[in-house]
Design a protein around this ligand. Sequence first.
Ligand code: SAM
Length: 273
Amino acid sequence: MKIKEALKLKNGSYILEKLINKDKAWLFLNDELEVPSEFFKIYEKVKRGYPIEYIFNEVEFYGKKYYVKEGVLIPRDDTEVIVERALKLLDEELKVKSKKFKINEKLNVKNEKLEINNEKLKIVDCCTGSGVIAITIKQYFPDIEVVATDISDKAIEVAKKNAKLHDVDIKFKKCNLFDEKGDILISNPPYVENSYPKPNDYEPDIAFYGGVDGLDIVREIILRAKNLEYKYAIIEIGYNQKENLSKFLEDKVKEYEFFKDLARNIRGVEIKF
Ligand SMILES: C[S@@+](CC[C@H](N)C(=O)[O-])C[C@H]1O[C@@H](n2cnc3c(N)ncnc32)[C@H](O)[C@@H]1O
């Protein structure tokens, strides 16, 4: 098959770019060449539902590339709104000193640095998976202390690798949820209802399921954060969980606000304890 035919196939361009190690422009300029034989094996595997991110051990999140492998959840674009919300809280409300990155010109550089009880502001990313949330926040706010936890050995291994790749200093801890104090709790926990089918057979069940209504782990995280005297929590949830979670939050926290993703579906909640 010639490159020009492969370019018309779903994921064809991405597979070729990775295999030949050339960009899209090169592929178009050389589209009369034959594709390498490995192309077909990979293309068929992806067509049968194997995640392409696991084939090339790479995923993009918030404009940066991360390592990922089978057994660890592939970060989703929707989770970027959780990160955005945390960056906004740190920048606009808490006025923490930030580092300006080209990819997001919205953030203003502030010269103030928030210190709580004369100590560094501390964020705990519970259920960190590949570490993308914790690492992105640390890149924007290098002065804050970031701790990331996960119950899975594989996730902690991948997250550590990603922190090294992006040269950020994060404390990783393998544990059930979290047990240390902090100021802001952030999490994309498992929140899928047990009765829902999995998107594929290759990502781990433990990354998805959160009980009958999906909120078992979310509720536990909120109670722990409250008991450990966190000031804020930002948690990803499902589009249909607002009502159940509102009832739970009503008498437990000072304020809470649900926020939406780009498709205008409910995607998370920000809590002030
Ligand atoms: C939905 S994934 C999120 C991963 C990553 N934060 C992201 O957004 O791509 C949930 C993660 O929670 C972890 N997890 C599940 N139960 C846990 C528990 N009881 N304590 C800590 N981590 C847990 C899973 O291993 C998985 O990595």
